[in-house]
Ligand binder design. Structure first.
Ligand SMILES: [Zn+2]
Length: 262
């Protein structure tokens, strides 16, 4: 039998995730990085190491608060929120009383903050929620709320630095603003050279396949609107810039004509 050889380098094969990888059913596409305390796709990991080194020159201690998350973990988060075992918050961040809500209302409320299992970008290994450890005082913990990344926030310097530099390393922010689905997440970085292809591959049909036979709380309210949920909570994200897709700071082999010196 021919050995299955994957070409080396960026954008040459490893950027394509299969069904199990896209929907977080396997860890075959990710590596645990002990020194960075996160789990990532190898290409995203390489890019994150480079991003972290560049951030350090600006006095930032870039760290991952969250990275790869598998299907089982996302299912647990979903079911606990649906059953009231984890707080469920409204858009203002206030706790909701689920005893007064319909199944459809609970599903909507969860979707503002958490993805359906199978639909989380964190399944891909390309997504990292980042903080600046250097900005935190002793005993202070990041909450991952937009105000921390705003003009008065503890991570304002990180936010500005990412805006200026992240794209060169292949990263962009898919939840940059409210598009009627997932709430803005200024801390959420995505490695575009791999995640752009993953988003295209994660169709509503793929998501339906991933959820078939799963013990999903609120399933009766999810299935009838799965296509709309996919459109609004999976597809409605920012598109990566050409710069992020080309990731020139990573020294990738393929250089777009626009990026060549004339
Ligand atoms: Zn995230």
């Amino acid at each position: 039998m021919m050995p299955h050889v994957r070409p080396q380098g960026y954008l040459q094969g490893m950027d394509l995730l299969d069904f199990e990888q896209l929907t977080g059913r396997t860890r075959s596409h990710v590596r645990e990085l002990n020194e960075l305390q996160c789990t990532l796709h190898p290409q995203a990991a390489q890019a994150f190491v480079a991003l972290r080194a560049a951030a350090a020159t600006a006095g930032l201690d870039l760290a991952a608060a969250s990275s790869f998350r598998d299907f089982g973990r996302q299912l647990l988060i979903w079911n606990e929120k649906y059953r009231g075992r984890r707080p469920l918050l409204d858009l203002a961040g206030a706790p909701l009383d689920i005893s007064e809500m319909s199944a459809a209302e609970i599903v909507r409320a969860i979707l503002h903050w958490s993805a359906l299992p199978g639909a989380s970008r964190h399944h891909w290994g390309t997504e990292i929620d980042v903080i600046d450890r250097a900005a935190l005082g002793p005993g202070q913990h990041a909450q991952l709320i937009p105000a921390e990344y705003g003009a008065e926030g503890v991570f304002r310097q990180l936010d500005q630095w990412l805006t200026e530099h992240a794209a060169g390393f292949g990263f962009f922010r898919p939840y940059d603003r409210d598009r009627g689905g997932v709430q803005p997440e200024p801390w959420h970085l995505s490695f575009a050279p791999v995640s752009a292809a993953a988003l295209t591959a994660l169709t509503a049909e793929v998501l339906a396949q991933a959820l078939t036979g799963v013990d999903l709380a609120g399933a009766e309210a999810v299935w009838p609107q799965l296509a709309e949920i996919h459109e609004r909570y999976v597809r409605a994200v920012a598109a990566p810039s050409k710069l992020a897709l080309a990731a020139p700071r990573l020294g990738m082999k393929r250089v777009s004509p626009a990026a060549r010196p004339s």
